[in-house]
Design a protein around this ligand. Structure first.
Ligand code: TXE
Length: 480
């Protein structure tokens, strides 16, 4: 059985405890590898290595840092087939999706920040004839990144690339549920000649090594993506230690469909927004509000397309809908389906665990599921399910659509489907979310600020927002 190793000070090593966790392939339900359960000794060695590497790495010229990150990005791109397959096995997502989205974005993230650091400049503020201020933006030191299982390498690189590009050294923890591509990535970094100690990767469970990373005195900033409940815990630990904290948390995102939308394209895209990655994307649109005059027509067309999604072995090229990431997560999603029924929801399609015959017979598959007749204030419409479950509901006018859209504790992303330009701009202003898509979904420009409001998190990632997070600004005021 393959054993994943930690990556500390440029070396691959077993955990100090000698303990391992089982790693399950979600499409088959079988254990296929093991990952280290790291402890405080592993963490001490990783932090010491990162501290030792910091002075040299932070003073390495931007050009050299950029060149090395480009080399890693190229190597990730060259390995994109292998990484996509590993992601499909580890996570359950269709391999074609992993190639187009996960592998592509992992190299794009690194390449983007390799470029961004060469363009990141300091500001200056003149005070007439009196003085000039300029802002120094220095790397913070040793920073921690903690990432989730839904886009394992994609979100891992989304954090470590800006952290490294800005001159920090990193202790990174991938999700214990999907550790494989971070492990493959550590080999790529070693082969590319990343100096030892600059990036250290510790595997293990969140409540154990994750919590210890957050508590460590010498780790000065934490960038986290994960569930809102975990984010709360992290903030409670990090706030009294005055750590810099970036929290990308959950969502319960509304999709607003108006009668004047481009009907066929909207149906197709709203299906994609609800069910991509089996609904396990913090940006998925799981509350779909449709203007009443087209409600029945839209519902029929939507259900027809949902029923056509091909559920199957993630490794088959024709599969569009793979397995959920784990058995506990599948059970959570199925329990929400039962809850939706108890709350009076009318099941329009799906609603069951799905059996894929052959090697995936024991896999964690759930049918794409659609409900209607559920009010805004029920738990199904208020809590993040993070699976292939969505609800449909009609609305009568813009104000009602807005009230419904803004009516949860979350505020990550929303999409609006309309050809009325004034309405699109007006709603964009009034929608209380970090991201508003008009006639699109998941169309990403890596320069734009990414993140949410309310229970969806604190801070922004992406572009110079990320470079700012991973640097400490210092104002220097020079009197003439
Ligand atoms: O996430 P966790 P889970 C949501 C989604 C999902 C729910 C729970 O609703 O059903 O969260 O998923 C690490 N200190 N999202 O439990 O626990 C953990 O090891 C430090 C939304 O899998 O938040 C992993 O690396 N770290 C989300 C990371 O946190 C801790 C993506 C995320 O895991 C820790 C994933 C602790 N005390 C789930 N406890 C999104 N925003 O995209 C756990 N971790």
């Amino acid at each position: 059985m393959q054993r994943i190793e930690n990556y500390i000070n440029g070396e691959f090593c077993a955990p100090d405890s000698g303990e391992y966790l089982d790693n399950v392939e979600p499409a088959t339900g079988a254990v296929y590898s093991q990952i280290p359960e790291s402890n405080d000794q592993d963490l001490s060695r990783a932090v010491a290595a990162a501290k030792q590497a910091f002075p040299t790495w932070s003073s390495t010229s931007i050009e050299d840092r950029s060149r090395l990150l480009m080399k890693i990005a190229d190597a990730v791109e060259a390995a994109s087939d292998e990484l996509a397959k590993a992601e499909a096995i580890d996570n359950g997502k269709p391999v074609t999706f992993a190639k187009a989205v996960d592998s592509y974005r992992a190299s794009a993230n690194i390449r983007f920040f390799a470029n961004a650091c060469t363009q990141f400049a300091s500001e200056s503020h003149g005070m007439g004839n009196l003085a000039v201020n300029y802002t120094l933006r220095d790397p913070i030191g040793v920073v921690g990144t903690i990432s989730p299982w839904n886009f394992p390498l994609y979100l891992f690189t989304w954090k470590i690339a800006p952290a490294l590009a800005a001159g920090n050294t990193v202790v990174a923890k991938p999700s214990e549920v999907t550790p494989m591509t971070a492990y493959l990535f550590s080999k790529i970094c070693a082969d590319a000649g990343l100096p030892k100690g600059v990036l250290n990767i510790l595997h293990g469970s969140g409540g154990n090594i994750g919590q210890q990373i957050v508590e460590h005195q010498d780790i000065k900033a934490i960038s986290f993506t994960g569930g809102t409940a975990t984010g709360k815990k992290l903030a409670a630990t990090a706030a009294p230690m005055f750590k810099k904290l970036s929290l990308e948390l959950g969502g319960k995102n509304p999709t607003l469909v108006f009668a004047d939308c481009d009907f066929d394209n909207t149906v197709k895209e709203v299906v994609r927004a609800a069910f991509s990655n089996q609904g396990q994307i913090c940006l998925c649109g799981s509350r779909i509000y449709i203007e009443r005059s087209i409600y029945d027509k839209f519902k029929q067309a939507f259900i027809k397309q949902v029923k056509q999604l091909t559920i199957g072995d993630p490794l088959e090229k024709t599969t569009q809908h793979g397995a959920l990431v784990s058995k506990p997560h599948m059970e959570k999603v199925l329990s929400y389906i039962e809850l939706a029924k108890q709350e009076g929801g009318k099941l329009l399609t799906g609603g069951n665990r799905f059996t894929v015959s052959g090697r995936c017979e024991q896999g964690f598959f759930v049918e794409p599921t659609v409900f209607e007749n559920l009010p805004l204030d029920c738990r199904t419409n208020q809590e993040e399910i993070f699976g292939p479950v969505c609800t449909l509901q009609p609305f009568d006018n813009d104000d009602e659509a807005l009230t419904l859209a803004n009516g949860t504790d979350y505020g990550l992303a929303t999409s609006v489907w309309t050809n009325d330009l004034k309405r699109a701009h007006r709603l964009s202003k009034q929608l209380h979310f970090g991201i508003v898509w008009i006639n699109s979904w998941l169309l990403r420009d890596l320069r734009t600020p990414f993140g949410g409001v309310k229970a969806s998190g604190v801070g922004r990632e992406g572009g110079f927002e990320a470079m700012k997070f991973f640097t400490e600004p210092k104002n220097v005021c020079v009197k003439y």
